[in-house]
Ligand binder design. Structure first.
Ligand code: FAD
Length: 457
């Protein structure tokens, strides 16, 4: 794609207009390129990528929030990159999760045998985990769907969960995926995350893996060599079309239920196919329609609640943590994760130094400074005190991590999908469709919109 100015825009040169150049919009454009289409991306900000982004701070390359790419060997996001980028990007696999409860460290057990040796609880807790773990691991997707309108805590309690350590470990794992505590997370989405349903297989297969262990690291996560920005730039280069920066789409117009035009910086342009990557919460004020059915659709969409995250990046003058694990600090508040990004990709830190991230879901009642202090004292001071002695760069980010938290009423079963009631107007992004989290969700929504376009031709 080439950057152009609004003065140069001639919409008859493009098959599709994409409003918003975040992950959903760019991945859609990439797939459309492979179908021979030419796109125009209109981006409100001064760069492409949305929250999919990285930049340099004092010699360290930090990502906008991103800590791990989920499902790096078989997920929709990686499938996009492997299908459309040549050579495909290189991923470094994550070596697993560590859950720290008081002074004990455990992983997520992947078999009955491992559960019976789990160091984080006593015998009673282990037996409880075996019983509930077996239930979750053998559950089919259709059964999970029955729990979409209750919270994960309600589900756990209904299955007889009483052990606080188990609930706190679940809380930590689900917080990251759903963006809310287990009192609010949809049980269906939490179960999908824990079961990792992309790998849906026969009940017998699940039982076998449960008893014998999977023999492989089950969570299939990693990081990309070169960081997120390089990936964004490779995607942008591979797309056939043009983009305009600092170009907020102010209105999308329809006539007789067919999209006809859009307004950017006070100028109106005609086009009959628009894909919007604009967060659904603002579409209500952007779509210019007086049809009651359409109004109801966009009003409903704008009620989506996002997840908010806060990340503290620390550049260390020596390697202190040095592993490729995601450490989850469960005690005393189960919502913090530590990852040493430079252990995956050393190019993000100066030689011999380390780039570490600690992240948590934002606590609305506290200031950013207070939350940074919580991460330092309840995260590093207790478990990695050496980190605090070697800081030479400190950088804080706050952002929405996903545009729709995985709560009852906005699970992937409730999201609107790629189509709107207006012909020719489609929606894409993490709040529109798709299971999983973050980039997987964005990629799945892009899959959905490309499929819808094919069907509607
Ligand atoms: C702190 C944090 C941690 C994360 N951790 C992970 C992780 O570990 N793993 C993972 O896979 N993902 C993670 N993510 C999530 C992932 O980065 C995002 O979910 C994903 O990139 C969002 O994509 P989206 O398509 O929904 O678009 P967005 O990023 O929301 O993009 C929307 C785009 O539309 C533009 N726009 C908005 N309004 C207009 C308008 N009127 N006109 C034109 N353009 C407009 C915006 O500027 C933006 O560029 C994390 C994100 C954050 C912030």
């Amino acid at each position: 794609m080439q950057e152009i100015t609004l003065d140069q825009v001639d919409t008859s040169n493009y098959d599709v207009i994409i409003a918003g150049g975040g992950a959903g919009g760019l991945l859609t454009a990439l797939a459309l390129t492979a179908e021979g289409k030419r796109v125009l991306v209109l981006e409100k900000a001064e760069r492409l990528g949305g929250v999919w982004h990285s930049y340099w701070v004092d010699g360290y390359r930090v990502d906008q929030g991103l800590h791990v790419i989920t499902r790096v060997t078989r997920g929709a996001f990686v499938r996009f990159l492997k299908t459309y980028l040549s050579p495909p990007p290189e991923f470094v696999l994550h070596e697993g999760w560590q859950f720290r409860v008081h002074d004990k460290v455990g992983t997520i057990p992947s078999s009955v045998g491992e559960t019976l040796r789990w160091p984080l609880t006593g015998w009673k807790g282990r037996l409880e985990l075996v019983r509930i773990g077996a239930k979750i691991k053998t559950m089919k997707l259709e059964e999970m769907q029955k729990y979409k309108d209750i919270s994960f805590l309600e589900f756990m309690k209904s299955k007889g969960a009483t052990n606080q350590v188990i609930l706190d470990v679940m809380q930590s794992a689900i917080y990251m995926a759903a963006g809310v505590p287990i009192t609010q997370a949809s049980a269906y989405e939490a179960l999908r995350t824990l079961k990792d349903t992309d790998k849906e297989s026969s009940k017998l297969g699940s039982v076998k893996r449960l008893l014998l262990g999977s023999g492989e690291y089950d969570f299939d996560e990693g990081y990309v060599i070169g960081g997120m920005e390089e990936l964004v730039q490779r995607v942008v280069t591979a797309i056939n079309g043009d983009y305009v920066l600092n170009a907020p789409v102010e209105k999308i117009h329809e006539e007789k239920n067919q999209v006809t035009s859009f307004t950017v910086s006070g100028r109106k342009y005609n086009h009959s196919c628009i894909i919007s990557n604009i967060p659904l919460w603002s579409m209500n004020s952007i779509v210019d329609t007086s049809t009651p059915n359409n109004q109801v659709f966009f009003e409903k969409c704008c009620k989506q609640i996002p997840t908010r995250a806060i990340t503290l990046w620390l550049g260390l003058n020596k390697v202190v943590i040095g592993n490729r694990k995601n450490s989850v600090i469960v005690h005393p508040n189960p919502n913090r994760w530590v990852v040493s990004i430079s252990s995956f990709d050393p190019s993000c830190a100066p030689e011999g130094k380390e780039l570490v991230a600690i992240a948590m879901i934002a606590l609305p009642a506290k200031s950013v400074e207070e939350q940074v202090q919580i991460m330092k004292s309840n995260g590093f001071e207790r478990y990695y005190p050496d980190v605090l002695k070697h800081i030479e760069m400190e950088h804080v980010q706050t952002s929405y991590a996903t545009r729709a938290a995985l709560i009852p009423g906005q699970t992937d079963l409730d999201r609107p999908g790629p189509r709107t009631p207006i012909k020719g107007l489609y929606i894409v992004g993490t709040d529109t469709a798709g299971s999983g989290v973050g980039l997987q969700q964005a990629a799945q929504s892009a899959d959905g919109v490309v499929q819808a376009l094919r069907e509607d031709v």
